[in-house]
Design a protein around this ligand. Structure first.
Ligand code: AMP
Ligand code: MG
Length: 504
């Protein structure tokens, strides 16, 4: 194991006011250990706003001591560093032991909103769960996670967040040596479907119960008082996942590795690896280089979340009822609600995206017709919906910018005739509808070619200016930012990125 002797001991003036609970669970839930120190940590970026929200003084985190904490070289007072145990289905195959192989939970803080959140260092060194891995993270994926998770937050999609990124001053070997980095991640918790699976697979029902009680108290306190809190837990997790994946679909986000160990019980998007936002719309889009069969393609995401929820439900069966058949039928009833919960959230979002406030039976078909035409015409997903916001309800005077995104603009013309008929049934004027549409159809998403450009400049030239600028632009995705028009543009053909890499 690593030599921890260089770790600087806790001091009193710690920036974090830790209130740890996970460390109070039975010892078989985790392994206690400190991060492995790194040679020469340097702060790349600190999320000042998030730090303040968490009750952390950002100035303190920017000092040398703060950067030592963010790199794992110094253990702040109150931290109880540990690596969490979990298992999971990876691409459908069962792996009985995964666990934090390169992430260390420092502890929990309670933010200004009263919500408890984990502070975790990703890339903090080897742990007993590292298997063949080196416990480290490289700069590219750290920057990617920073950019994309913060963009998701600003888009209004539940997600883990980026508190900071540091470089380590060490090289990490992948296809070639890359600069090492550590990502300080904030999450409502790091409990995953795979955490439940870890104990269920070991027939450790006591641990499953501890974990369920813990998750209910931490994330779903409303279900605690019900007569059947464990059924309530499943119901709550099903509902959160349905809403989360609907949000992904609506912004064109493809997670890329929807394994059960990457499915947060708190309903946040977690573990950004080869994730990507779609440029031109196609339901079968896959970016991840490791997803050879397209298991986690865009259009499969809702169904995969359903599958993952089935795995979760299975772990809870012994808590539902001693009678297995009874437990299964209770679980099935709750899980069975998922498809309609998803459809409801997705359809409601689609309606808003095309500017409809009222509900009408034909709406789903109308929206689907647009998506089909976009597929056929390779229309850019984000830009099409953003330009739809400018349409005038009664006349084609503002049609050109959006129709020109279609290879065959006549395909759009046919659709917009239908749309106008439908919009005539709304009692809202153009200005109000346009405003509402701009609030749900972002102008800016982390486009793959821009993310790639920012990462390459950072890795190859130590130039973080593009990374910084991208984060600034993406923090207001629904506002027009004329100075940054280039960030809203789809890639030119020579800029299109077809594959993303896990880069662990
Ligand atoms: P991921 O695909 O990143 O969700 O990770 C899957 C599993 O591999 C988790 O148990 C990770 O902790 C582990 N893992 C990923 N990268 C590394 C690494 N560089 N060193 C050790 N473990 C890793
Ligand atoms: Mg993971």
């Amino acid at each position: 194991m690593a030599n921890f002797s260089q770790v600087i001991a806790a001091d009193d003036a710690a920036p974090f006011d830790f209130k740890n609970t996970y460390a109070g669970l039975p010892e078989r839930f985790f392994v206690r250990l400190n991060p492995t120190p790194v040679r020469s940590p340097q702060l790349i970026r600190l999320n000042n706003g998030l730090a303040k929200h968490l009750g952390i003084d950002p100035n303190q985190l920017q000092t040398m001591q703060g950067v030592e904490i963010l790199s794992g070289n110094r253990i702040p007072a109150g931290a109880e560093p540990l690596a969490m145990a979990y298992a999971g289905h990876q691409f459908g195959s069962w792996v009985p032991q995964l666990g934090d192989g390169r992430a260390i939970l420092l502890g929990e803080v309670i933010g200004q909103d009263g919500v408890r959140r984990d502070i975790q260092l990703k890339g903090a060194g080897r742990t007993p769960f590292s298997r063949m891995g080196d416990g480290r993270a490289v700069l590219g994926p750290v920057l990617r996670e920073y950019i994309v998770s913060e963009a998701m937050y600003s888009l209004g999609v539940p997600t883990t967040r980026a508190l900071a990124a540091v470089t380590t001053g060490e090289k990490v070997m992948r296809e070639r040596p890359f600069p090492g980095a550590i990502f300080a991640r904030v999450a409502q918790s790091h409990v995953r479907v795979g955490t439940f699976q870890f104990f269920a697979a070991r027939k450790d029902t006591e641990a499953v119960r501890f974990l369920a009680d813990y998750v209910i108290a931490r994330h779903f306190p409303d279900t605690e008082s019900g007569s059947q809190p464990y059924l309530g837990l499943l119901r709550a997790v099903v509902s959160q996942q349905a809403k989360l994946v609907a949000r992904w679909q609506l912004v064109g986000f493809i997670h890329g590795v929807m394994n059960t160990d990457n499915t947060s019980i708190a309903g946040e998007t977690i573990d950004y690896g080869p994730c990507a936002f779609m440029d031109s719309y196609h339901p079968e889009t896959v970016y991840s280089s490791i997803d050879q069969t397209g298991r986690y393609a865009y259009s499969n995401q809702p169904g995969i979340a359903y599958w993952n929820l089935g795995c979760f439900a299975q772990t809870l069966l012994p808590l539902f009822d001693k009678d297995v058949d009874m437990a299964v039928s209770q679980a099935e009833e709750i899980i069975g609600a998922y498809p309609s919960l998803f459809e409801k959230a997705y359809l409601s979002g689609l309606r808003s995206k095309i500017g409809l406030l009222k509900e009408n039976e034909e709406d789903q078909e109308l929206a689907q017709d647009l998506l089909d035409r976009m597929t056929k015409n390779e229309a850019d997903y984000t830009l099409t919906f953003r330009r739809l916001c400018d349409l005038v309800g009664s006349r084609p005077e503002a049609d050109e910018p959006v129709r020109s995104l279609f290879k065959n603009p006549a395909d759009f013309d046919d659709w917009v005739l239908r749309w106008r008929k439908r919009v005539a049934k709304e009692e809202v004027n153009d200005v109000r509808r346009q405003e509402a549409m701009r609030g749900v159809n972002p102008a800016y998403i982390p486009r793959n070619h821009l993310v790639e450009e920012a990462i390459n400049a950072a890795i190859n030239e130590e130039d973080f200016s593009q990374f910084d600028k991208l984060i600034t632009v993406l923090s207001s995705p629904y506002d027009d930012q004329p100075d940054f028009a280039k960030y809203a543009a789809p890639p030119r053909p020579d800029q299109v990125i077809c594959a993303t890499y896990c880069g662990t």
